[in-house]
Write a protein that binds this ligand. Sequence first.
Ligand SMILES: Nc1nc2c(ncn2[C@@H]2O[C@H](COP(=O)(O)OP(=O)(O)OP(=O)(O)O)[C@@H](O)[C@H]2O)c(=O)[nH]1
Ligand SMILES: [Mg+2]
Length: 296
Amino acid sequence: MPIQWFPGHMNKAKKQIAETMAKVDMVIEVLDARLPRITTNPLIHELRIARQRPSLKVLNKADLADPNVTAAWVRTYKADANSAVLTLDEAGKTRDAHKLLALCRELVPHRTGGEKPVRAMILGVPNVGKSTLINALSRRKIAKVADTPGVTQSQQRIELVDGTILVDTPGMMWPKIESDNAGLKLALSGTIGKNAFDAEEVAWYALGWLAKFYPTVIATRYKLKDLEAHPDELFETAARSLGCVQSGNRIDGQKAAERILTDFRGGVLGRVSLERPDDALDMQLDEPTPDETPEA
Ligand SMILES: Nc1nc2c(ncn2[C@@H]2O[C@H](COP(=O)(O)OP(=O)(O)OP(=O)(O)O)[C@@H](O)[C@H]2O)c(=O)[nH]1
Ligand SMILES: [Mg+2]
């Protein structure tokens, strides 16, 4: 069963986003640079297309993503009509604010010239960095930011010194995540509430992924000698190397999983991308997903 997370406040958020869409000129779609296609919310896409609003796609958290893969995403998105693309990272947000605002003005040329300010709504899945971006653009701590999904629960409108109107919105998931791998990747990247997934399952998946595509850092960090081993074995070795062992010399799977997820999300395991533009929707791993794990 794919991971699902659509808490009550998102229904309200969806309605309000549809209403605000009518009153703004464009959207700033904040995507996670590590998985930009998977973090593209189909609900937002539909609303934007229905209203013919141009989109500036911000590939955020680029400091955590594989730079070569991010460059490939930028090339792909540049080909999209009625949109533009910009990569941003933790350190560069304030520095690149003028670049972002210039791109917004280019997307809505009829709103430039001083008298008619650009009005933009910032949209994206939870925890992707929308409020952080608002704060960087306004150079104030105006919106609440925290490393947990679901922090912003209502819209917040701010006016920048140049007159640009920005609307921060609650992160929104969609009611049905279609595939197991997309759900696991969304959970791994931190966009899903922690009660909606099994941390061990996600960490297990992460180790399999990293062993296949980004083996060097995890081999050192978790003392993994055989990266071809079954993910169960990778997980067990990693847990022991992290000292997550309980009585009877059994591993503490929950604790180990949380440590691995924290490592991944904090960039301790290097700059990792979870999908590439030339993949099929999910960039499937060849190895079995947890549901298909052979019986011990
Ligand atoms: N490494 C890194 N972390 C970032 C970046 N941008 C934001 N963050 C962190 O991501 C976490 C979530 O940021 P928020 O701005 O609260 O995210 P949001 O999209 O507003 O989240 P919701 O309100 O829950 O939808 C915070 O811990 C930020 O510090 C970035 O470019 N790089
Ligand atoms: Mg927020």
